[in-house]
Design a protein around this ligand. Structure first.
Ligand SMILES: Nc1nc2c(c(=O)[nH]1)N[C@H]1C(S)=C(S)[C@@H](COP(=O)(O)O)O[C@H]1N2
Ligand SMILES: [Mo]
Length: 322
C-alpha cells in the first residue's frame, strides 16, 4: 500500500493538549470498528487521511502506563525543529527536505546473530505487537528537550520475533542509505548510513520502543517515518530514524556519532547531568516550545527514568562509559 503523505502541515490544527485529549478519545472510538481481519496496518491507515494536510490518524492505540504530567511540546515544534542530517543540518531542514520521502513500501532486514536472516514488511511489523501511546521526555545531547506523545510498540516484541541467538550481546540499528531520497547524504557530514546501537538488555527494557506515530498520527517523515527507535533515558541521537536493518552482534557496534567524535559521543549516551559534554554543560536544558525567555530546567539523571533503568548500569563507571 502506498501512503501519500505530504508534509504541508496545517499547524493550527492541534496544539493544545486539551484538543489532543478530545481527539484521542475520538480516535480510539473510531479505531475499534476499523480493526478487521485484514490486520492492524489496514486499520491503522484506512480512511483517516486528511486530504488537506496529508496527515493520517492512527485508529487504535492503547494509552500508556508510562508517562509524564509535564506539558506536551506543541506539535509544530515537534515536527519543525528536528535533527535528521540525511535531510540537512539545520533544525528546519528535515520538515522541508523530507516532503518527497516515501516511507512505503518498506522492508526491514533482520541480520547477524539470529537463528536465520529474515526480512519483514512494515505491515507485518504492525501485527507483531499492539500500539501504545508513550509520552516521553526527550533530551538532545545539544541541550534542548521536548515532551513527545509517541505511538509505538515495545522493541522487545520485535526482538522476540527476530530470534537472536545466545551470541547476541548488542543490537545495531541502521537507517536508510539512499542519497536520491535523502539529499543530505550527498554531503559527508556523517559516515552514512546512520548507525546506532544498544546493549541487548537496554534494547529489551520495557521503556524502549519503536515509534511509528506521534500526537495520534502516523509518524511524519521528518521524525523518522515509517519507524524509528526511541530510548527516552538516552540522548536523542540514539534514536535512529527510518530503520531498514537490525543486526545482532557479539561486539559493540561502531555508531555514526562515535566515528564522528569519539571523545564527544559515547556508545552509552545516557542522559547524565554530572557528566558534561567536552564543549558544554549537560546539567541543564532548554525545553522547546516555551518561548524565548523560559528559564532552563535541571536535567535529571537518566532523563528522569532512573527508577526504571538505573539497575542496568549498577557497578559501571558512567564517566568512562559516557
Ligand atoms: N537517521 C537519523 N536518525 C537520527 C538523527 C539523524 O541525523 N539521522 N538525529 C538524531 C538526533 S541528534 C536527535 S536529537 C533525534 C531527533 O528526533 P526528532 O527530530 O524526532 O525530535 O533523532 C536522532 N535520530
Ligand atoms: Mo540530538
Amino acid at each position: 500500500m502506498l501512503i501519500h503523505k505530504k508534509s504541508d502541515i496545517l499547524s493550527s490544527e492541534i496544539t493544545s493538549k486539551e484538543n489532543f485529549e478530545n481527539r484521542r478519545t475520538l480516535i480510539k472510538a473510531a479505531g475499534a470498528s476499523l480493526i478487521t481481519a485484514s490486520g492492524i496496518f489496514t486499520g491503522l491507515m484506512s480512511g483517516s487521511a486528511n486530504a488537506a494536510s496529508g496527515r493520517q490518524k492512527i485508529n487504535a492505540f492503547a494509552k500508556s502506563k508510562y508517562g509524564t504530567e509535564e506539558k506536551l511540546t506543541p506539535y509544530d515544534d515537534v515536527t519543525t525543529y528536528n535533527n535528521y542530517y540525511e535531510f540537512g543540518t539545520s533544525k528546519s531542514d528535515p520538515a522541508i527536505e523530507s516532503r518527497l520521502f516515501k516511507p512505503s513500501p518498506w522492508t526491514v532486514s533482520i541480520e547477524g546473530a539470529v537463528k536465520k536472516n529474515k526480512q519483514i514488511g512494515i505491515e507485518d511489523i504492525f501485527k507483531l505487537a499492539p500500539l501504545e501511546e508513550r509520552i516521553y521526555r526527550m533530551r538532545c545531547v545539544e541541550g534542548w528537550s521536548m515532551v513527545i506523545p509517541w505511538i509505538g510498540f515495545s522493541l522487545a516484541k520485535l526482538i522476540q520475533w527476530a530470534e537472536p541467538t545466545a551470541n547476541a550481546k548488542y543490537v545495531e540499528f541502521i537507517s536508510l542509505n539512499d542519497d536520491l531520497m535523502m539529499p543530505g547524504q550527498r554531503i559527508h557530514v556523517l559516515d552514512w548510513p546512520y548507525v546506532e546501537g544498544l546493549r541487548m538488555d537496554e534494547a529489551m527494557n520495557p521503556l524502549t520502543i519503536m515509534a511509528v506515530g506521534l500526537y495520534g498520527e502516523v509518524l511524519p517523515n521528518q521524525n523518522g517515518a515509517p519507524m524509528r527507535l526511541v530510548v527516552p533515558w538516552k540522548y536523542g541521537f540514539k534514536g535512529a530514524k527510518a530503520i531498514v536493518r537490525i543486526r545482532f552482534t557479539e561486539t559493540m557496534p561502531k555508531t555514526s556519532w562515535m566515528k564522528a567524535g569519539p571523545n564527544e559521543y559515547g556508545f552509552y549516551a545516557n542522559v547524565n547531568p554530572t557528566v558534561d559534554h567536552p564543549r558544554w554543560t549537560q546539567s541543564s536544558e532548554r525545553r522547546i516550545g516555551g518561548g524565548l525567555f523560559t528559564p532552563r530546567i535541571k536535567t535529571q539523571m537518566f532523563n528522569g527514568y532512573a527508577e526504571q533503568v538505573g539497575q542496568l548500569y549498577s557497578g559501571m563507571d558512567l564517566i568512562k562509559n559516557f
